[in-house]
Design a protein around this ligand. Structure first.
Ligand SMILES: Cc1cc2nc3c(=O)[nH]c(=O)nc-3n(C[C@H](O)[C@H](O)[C@H](O)COP(=O)(O)OP(=O)(O)OC[C@H]3O[C@@H](n4cnc5c(N)ncnc54)[C@H](O)[C@@H]3O)c2cc1C
Length: 416
C-alpha cells in the first residue's frame, strides 16, 4: 500500500513518520519549493508529545525547544487570574513543549528524510485535484512555480494535510467559501531576550478582543533565549470577509504593531523593547472554519488544519494534527480495507476536534480572562471576589478535559 500525503506541515510529516513506523509506504507532496522554517512560536501539549516520543524524537525536541513549566493568565494590565504548572511538572508523563514552529517542522522533516530517504518528500508540487476508483486514487499536482506543468501520482489513499486553504476540503465542499474571521488580527514575532522569570514560563494577558501571548521557545544561551510574542487585536467587525489567502502570512511594519503592543503590561517585561527588537513581524488573520459533517470520502480524507482549523487558543492546533496522525496510522495498519480505516478515523476524530473548534471560538481555557475582565474592567484587589477559584478552575480544567489532556494530572502544589 502507498499512501499519498498532500502537505508537509506538522500534520503531514507526523503522519508520514507514523505510517512508516507501521511498515506502510508513504509519498509526501508539498507545494513549497523547499520546506522553510516558517512561523514563530507554537505549543505542543503532553498528549501529542507522547506521540512524538513514540517516534523517538524527544532528544531532538530538547535540542531546539523548551519544556514549559508554568502557565499564567493575566488581565491586560498584568493582574494575575490563574497560574498552573504544565507538562511533567503538572504530573503528565510527557512534557509540554514551547517551540519555534519551523524548528518543529524541521525536526519532523529531517526524521522523514533520514528514515525514508530524500525522495519521500516531493516539493514544488501543488495538489490540484484527484479521481478515485475501486483500486486507488490518482492525484494531480501542478508545478507550484509555473502553475502549468503537472504530474499524476497514484496511491491507495490520499490524505489531504494541506492546511486551512485545503484543496481536498474545497473539492468536497466547493461552496464553503473563505475561512471565518471574527475580525481579530494576530501579529507574531520573536527576539533574543534576557531570561524572564525561570525561563520556562508562558503568560497570556487579556481576553479574545485584545490579547498578548508571551513565551520562550528555545533553550537559554549566555543568559538569553528566543522569546516569542503574539499580539491579537480585534480590528474589524466579525461580518467582514477575511483577507484573501495570498496575503495571509505577510510582514507588518513596527509602526503598525507598536501602538497595540503598548496596551499591555506584563510584570518584568519591557514589551515595547521586545517588539522593537524583533527582526520580522508577521501578520495573520485569526480564522477558523465551521466543523464539517464529513472528512472522509472513499479513499480520500482530511487531516490537521485541513480538517479542523481552529483559533490558536489552548495550544491545540499542532497537537490535534499529531493526534489525528496517530489515530489514522493505527487504523490504516489494522483495518482490512483502507476505506474502512478512513471511515473509522473520521468517526473517532471528527466529533472531538469539532468540540475544540467550537470551544476555542469562545476563548477556550483563556475565557477565564474574558470573564474576569468583563466582571471587573477596572481591575481588582482580590481575584476571588471577582470570580471564585472553583469558577476559574471549572473553565480552565473543563477545557483540558474536553481537549483530552487532563486525564492523568495530579494535584498541583502551586496552583491558585
Ligand atoms: C506558514 C505557516 C505559519 C504558521 N505559523 C504558526 C505559528 O507561528 N504559530 C502557530 O501556533 N501556528 C502556526 N501555523 C499553524 C500551525 O502550523 C497549524 O495549525 C498546525 O501545525 C497544524 O498543521 P497542519 O500540518 O495541519 O497544517 P499547516 O501547518 O498549515 O501545513 C500545511 C502544509 O500544506 C502545504 N500545502 C498547502 N496547500 C497545498 C497543496 N495544494 N498541495 C501541497 N501542499 C500544500 C503548506 O505549504 C503547508 O506546508 C502556521 C501555519 C503555516 C502554514
Amino acid at each position: 500500500m502507498t499512501i499519498l500525503i498532500a502537505g508537509a506541515g506538522i500534520g503531514g510529516l507526523a503522519t508520514a513518520l507514523m505510517l512508516h513506523q507501521r511498515g506502510i509506504k508513504v509519498q509526501v507532496i508539498e507545494q513549497a519549493s523547499h520546506v522553510r522554517e516558517v512561523g514563530v512560536g507554537i505549543n505542543t501539549l503532553p498528549h501529542s508529545i507522547a506521540e512524538l516520543a513514540q517516534l523517538g524524537l524527544l532528544p531532538r525536541l530538547d535540542e531546539v525547544g523548551l519544556r514549559t513549566r508554568e502557565l499564567r493568565y493575566l488581565t491586560r494590565t498584568g493582574q494575575e487570574v490563574w497560574r498552573e504548572l504544565r507538562g511533567t511538572h503538572a504530573g503528565h508523563d510527557h512534557p509540554q513543549f514551547s517551540i519555534h514552529r519551523g524548528r518543529l517542522q524541521k525536526v519532523l522533516l529531517d526524521a522523514v528524510i533520514e528514515r525514508m530517504g530524500p525522495d519521500a518528500v516531493k516539493t514544488g508540487l501543488r495538489l490540484a485535484g484527484f479521481v478515485q476508483d475501486e483500486a486507488g486514487v490518482s492525484a494531480h499536482f501542478t508545478d507550484a512555480e509555473d502553475g502549468c506543468s503537472s504530474q499524476t501520482l497514484r496511491g491507495e489513499v490520499l490524505i489531504c494535510a494541506d492546511g486551512i486553504h485545503s484543496v481536498g476540503r474545497r473539492s468536497f465542499f466547493p461552496n464553503e467559501g473563505s475561512p471565518s474571521w471574527a475580525g481579530v488580527v494576530m501579529w507574531r514575532g520573536a527576539a533574543e531576550w534576557p531570561v524572564w522569570e525561570d525561563g520556562e514560563t508562558m503568560a497570556i494577558a487579556g481576553g479574545l478582543g485584545g490579547k498578548l501571548v508571551l513565551y520562550p521557545i528555545a533553550p537559554v544561551h549566555d543568559g538569553r533565549q528566543l522569546m516569542n510574542w503574539v499580539v491579537n487585536i480585534r480590528v474589524a467587525d466579525a461580518s467582514v470577509s477575511p483577507p484573501p489567502p495570498e496575503s495571509w502570512s505577510k510582514m507588518a511594519p513596527l509602526s503598525k504593531v507598536l501602538p497595540y503592543a503598548k496596551r499591555f503590561h506584563v510584570p518584568g517585561i519591557d514589551l515595547e523593547a521586545l517588539v522593537r527588537g524583533s527582526g520580522a513581524i508577521f501578520e495573520y488573520p485569526m480564522a477558523d472554519r465551521d466543523p464539517l459533517p464529513r472528512w472522509t470520502h472513499g479513499r480520500v480524507t482530511l487531516l490537521g488544519d485541513a480538517a479542523h482549523p481552529m483559533y490558536p487558543v489552548g495550544s491545540n492546533g499542532a497537537a490535534q494534527a499529531i493526534l489525528d496522525a496517530r489515530c489514522l496510522a493505527d487504523l490504516l495498519a489494522q483495518a482490512e480495507h483502507p476505506r474502512e480505516a478512513l471511515y473509522r478515523y473520521e468517526l473517532e476524530r471528527l466529533p472531538k476536534t469539532a468540540e475544540i473548534v467550537r470551544t476555542n471560538r469562545i476563548g477556550g481555557p483563556e475565557r477565564v480572562i474574558d470573564e474576569v475582565e468583563k466582571l471587573s474592567p477596572a481591575g481588582f484587589d482580590d481575584i476571588d471576589e471577582v470570580l471564585s477559584y472553583a469558577e476559574r478552575q471549572a473553565i480552565v480544567k473543563g477545557y483540558a478535559k474536553m481537549a483530552g489532556f487532563a486525564a492523568r494530572e495530579k494535584p498541583q502544589e502551586n496552583s491558585r
